[in-house]
Write a protein that binds this ligand. Structure first.
Ligand code: AN0
Ligand code: CP
Length: 315
């Protein structure tokens, strides 16, 4: 079993219930991962994913090895039949097969490069590992998705919802650096599996991949979208059509107290890391309605559920 995207979840409701059970007694399966090794490979920085996934593995009694490819690994080649006379020192064929000799599960973080849309959509790094690794693979944020984050978000919403069918708003917010669409994509896919009134709001032109948003509601008026919302999930992403570009940095899209006042006393959510007073004002993220730290806490249980399922199911 691999955990590559939200599409790998057979029943979100079941998974959320199971994760909440793990949260109540996280050391119950301390023996399950004995003498098993998780290898975590990072092609980009991380705080939460790195520590929460490691914590999850330790809760299951696993050993963990972490490797940062940015500074410490060989530059990898992914092209089939490539003549390797340029910068890359090692082909994914050997690299993935070799890591599989030392690890029982491989987890990978490899962000979108945001320059080549086709290459990002092809998930070159993740797909390369999937093809040439001989052990299960877990996505710790790839070019197009961050399914461990969205599973943690689903757990957090389950803990905080007060109605069966909450109104959930995914709002774009400005950011000075071009960011991937991955978090938003997986959040949308996860919401499509939920009983909810789900609305995406962003400036015109910032549409996500329509193959992901499908028939989800898009409302270009952020204030209108916020009306009566129970959850506000803020996230920046760079333009998908004008690929990887920042075509809007309007500070009017920052989530502030005046906007939150339009909601039904909504909880504020963000995957973190967040730029204060750019994505969200201090008053909102520091308010009682902010559940961003609980989201980060639930990253442990989302990762632990996935690792547990892989350990139980094998390949
Ligand atoms: C990354 C992103 O937007 O995909 C990671 C979020 C979990 N964020 C930044 O690079 C700031
Ligand atoms: N939310 C999240 O994935 O955070 P990191 O990038 O710090 O891992």
């Amino acid at each position: 079993m691999n955990y590559i995207s939200i599409e790998n979840i057979d029943s979100l409701q079941k998974w959320v219930k199971q994760a909440l059970k793990i949260k109540k007694n996280p050391l119950k399966n301390k023996k399950l991962g004995k003498n098993k090794t998780l290898g975590m490979l990072f092609f980009n920085p991380s705080l939460r994913t790195r520590l929460s996934t490691q914590k999850a593995a330790l809760n299951l009694g696993m050993n963990v090895m972490v490797m940062n490819f940015t500074n410490e690994g060989w530059t990898l080649e992914f092209g089939d039949g490539a003549i390797m006379d340029q910068g890359a020192s090692e082909h994914i064929k050997e690299a993935a097969a070799v890591v599989s000799q030392y690890c029982d599960i491989i987890a990978i973080r490899a962000f979108a490069g945001l320059t080549d849309k086709e290459k990002d959509n092809a998930e070159t790094v993740l797909t390369g590992f999937l093809k040439y690794a001989t052990v299960p693979v877990v996505n710790m944020e790839s070019a197009t998705g961050h399914p461990l984050q969205s599973l943690a978000d689903a757990i957090t919403m389950e803990e905080h919802k007060t109605t069966h069918r909450p109104k959930v708003v995914l709002t774009w917010a400005p950011h000075p650096k071009a960011l991937p669409q991955a978090v938003a994509n997986s959040f949308v896919q996860m919401m499509q599996l939920q009983e909810a009134d789900f609305v995406i709001t962003h400036p015109k032109g910032y549409e996500l991949n329509p193959e992901i948003t499908k028939d989800s509601t898009i409302e270009y008026d952020q204030n209108k979208a916020f009306e009566n919302a129970d959850f506000i999930y803020a996230k920046n992403w760079s333009n998908y059509n004008d690929y990887g570009k920042i075509t809007n940095s309007d500070p009017n899209w920052t989530v502030n107290a005046a906007k939150m006042a339009l909601t039904n006393n909504a909880k504020f959510m963000h995957c973190l890391p967040v730029r204060r007073n750019v994505i969200v004002s201090d008053e909102v993220i520091d308010s009682e309605n902010s559940i961003v730290i609980e989201q980060a806490n639930n990253r442990t249980y989302s990762a632990q559920l996935v690792l547990q399922k892989i350990l139980e199911n094998g390949k």
